[in-house]
Design a protein around this ligand. Structure first.
Ligand SMILES: NC(=O)c1ccc[n+]([C@@H]2O[C@H](COP(=O)([O-])OP(=O)(O)OC[C@H]3O[C@@H](n4cnc5c(N)ncnc54)[C@H](O)[C@@H]3O)[C@@H](O)[C@H]2O)c1
Length: 273
């Protein structure tokens, strides 16, 4: 049972592919809190993913839109306004994909065409989404926009390839667009830096399972899962966080503030003092 934190609010959720997707958990939590939402994903996800089944289960509409296409995004926001019956109060960007990672290309042998594609899908889509919504005046005053990111934007995680730079660009868009949306519409823009999470995108990274376990041991609270991320995003969409903007917010069980954890060296449990 929720707290009614998003009662009367309307949201657009990008990136729910299947039950494991972080966006799916955010969508479920937002609805539990009283929001009305539409889901959206790339047309290919409608052919191969479970997005339509997910939308049917939740009783919401799902609109196909390639987030790299301005035309698709224009159509998406036009439809979302109509379906939801008013301006949009919150948006989640939960999109990431690297062709270099998918094709096992290491960081010192990147394919630059793939790299451009990675940036377009994983980062530039965030700017496009905000620009289209702003130009269409689709967003409510005091709305909230959140994108998911990872700590590799800031520190070196060798397996993360050019996604590290994609996330750095994404986080920078939150600050830069956060200014313009803030002064013009009182809309806040933040990124949530999430723990490694067992999803399709996460598992595409080589050695992900081992790293997932390392991160779990390193974090005093353990890894944050997708459901907890849903809870956190709900607070950021709610009116309880109206003055938080242009921030990169860690949702990682404390991982980002750890230097070393003795438990990892000794192989004992993480609460060794
Ligand atoms: N899983 C992790 O360990 C982890 C950790 C931190 C941050 N994140 C971030 O969380 C977000 C969601 O990833 P996830 O782990 O839930 O995996 P996921 O694979 O379930 O979600 C990624 C989504 O991006 C969508 N997508 C890809 N190309 C697209 C396009 N052109 N247009 C529209 N949508 C497109 C996919 O269809 C999919 O729904 C990503 O930004 C990811 O980088 C994930």
């Amino acid at each position: 049972m929720g707290y009614g934190l998003l009662k009367g609010k309307r949201g657009v959720i990008f990136g729910a592919l299947d039950d494991d997707s972080i966006a799916t958990q955010v969508a479920k939590k937002a609805m539990e809190e009283g929001a009305e939402i539409v889901l959206t994903n790339a047309p290919v996800a409608f052919r191969f993913g479970k997005i339509q089944a997910l939308a049917n289960d939740l009783g919401v509409e799902a609109i196909p839109a390639d987030a790299t296409s301005v035309e698709d995004l224009q159509n998406l926001f036009t439809q979302a306004l109509e379906i939801l019956g008013g301006k949009i109060d919150f948006v989640l960007h939960s999109i990431g994909m690297s062709l270099n990672i998918r094709k096992n290309k290491p960081y010192f042998d990147l394919n630059y065409d793939y790299m451009q594609k990675t940036y377009d899908i994983s980062a530039i889509s965030f700017h496009k989404m905000m620009q289209v919504a702003y130009k269409q005046d689709a967003l409510s005053d005091w709305g909230s926009i959140v994108a998911l990111t990872y700590i590799a934007a800031d520190r070196t995680f060798p397996f993360y390839g050019e996604m590290a730079e994609a996330k750095a660009i994404l986080e920078s868009y939150a600050r830069s667009f956060g200014y313009h949306l803030g002064v013009n519409k009182k809309i806040r823009v933040n990124t949530v830096s999430q723990s490694p999470t067992l999803t399709k995108a996460g598992s595409a990274v080589k050695g992900f399972k081992e790293f997932f376990e390392y991160s779990d041991k390193m974090s005093p609270l353990g890894n944050a899962n997708a459901e907890a991320c849903g809870d956190y995003c709900v607070t950021l969409f709610s009116d309880l966080t109206k003055m938080v903007t242009m921030q990169n917010l860690y949702h990682d069980g404390g991982f980002s503030k750890m230097g070393m954890n003795p438990g990892i060296m000794t192989g004992e449990t993480r609460w060794v003092s």
